[in-house]
Design a binder for this molecule. Structure first.
Ligand SMILES: Nc1ncnc2c1ncn2[C@@H]1O[C@H](COP(=O)(O)OP(=O)(O)OP(=O)(O)O)[C@@H](O)[C@H]1O
Ligand SMILES: [Mg+2]
Length: 221
């Protein structure tokens, strides 16, 4: 069974007379140990797709399933419980609670999943090279540091599926390699990842790449 299934997703945005077709029939199945890259020009629907996959946004048509659990069209309380338990998410911005320290952000993610693990917390902070920043508030971090912490938060509870929106958008080349290694390690140990990226280096690490254009998948590999 795929860890994550998206079936024929549609998402429309209305503003006055204008209608944007952000997603037009996107389907996707991601297996354990698989890393799928999503590429496409700005405005092609990548972030909309990720928000639907995470159950943060409701598609207008189609459905999303995590393992055997349907995520679409159920109350937000149930969706957020499934998210906390199974899904690690890193969006383009605003991933951290500003009033919580770095460490507290990771712990919160673990607590919500019922998986508090101090050794894992230390390991993740060490891996991204930010152990010494654990007591810091997010507002005191650089953009690249914040991105790395956001990835650690997404991985904190060892989720079944990891959804990442441009995880290396803010970082230098060396940090990008570090982040890529962390995602690869997660997939090798049984995780399933979908990552939106403009980076060819990152996409090359993936098992396959889905290309979006105007809300549709344009390739079939
Ligand atoms: N809340 C919204 N209201 C109206 N239109 C929206 C909304 N969110 C996204 N859109 C529109 O939907 C389309 C897809 O947007 P989306 O954010 O998914 O693009 P993207 O591929 O992630 O782009 P980028 O690479 O710039 O992040 C765009 O035309 C965008 O303007
Ligand atoms: Mg986007």
């Amino acid at each position: 069974m795929p860890v994550l299934t998206a079936n024929d997703l549609y998402r429309f945005y209305h503003a006055g007379e204008d209608e944007t077709l952000a997603l037009r029939g996107v389907s996707l199945a991601v297996q354990a140990k698989e890393m799928v890259a999503v590429m496409g020009p700005s405005g092609s629907g990548k972030s909309t797709l990720l928000a639907c996959l995470a159950g943060l946004d409701e598609p207008d048509g189609g459905y999303v399933q995590v393992l055997e659990h349907r995520l679409t069209r159920r109350p937000e309380t149930e969706r957020s419980a499934l998210r906390a338990r199974y899904i690690g998410i890193m969006l383009q911005t605003d991933n951290l609670f500003e009033t919580l320290t770095v460490e507290e952000n990771l712990l919160l993610s673990m607590r919500l999943a019922g998986k508090v693990d101090r050794r894992r917390l230390d390991y993740l902070l060490g891996f991204i090279g930010l152990s010494d920043r654990r007591k810091e508030l997010p507002s005191h971090l650089s953009g690249g540091e914040e991105a790395r912490i956001a990835l650690a938060v997404a991985l904190a509870a060892d989720p079944a599926v990891l959804l990442l929106d441009e995880p290396t958008g803010e970082v230098d080349g060396e940090t990008e390699l570090r982040i890529m290694e962390l995602i690869s390690q997660y997939c090798r140990s049984g995780g399933a990842a979908v990552l939106v990226t403009h980076s060819d280096a990152l996409a090359r690490q993936a098992n396959r790449t889905i290309r979006l254009l105007d809300g549709q998948v344009t390739n079939n590999d």
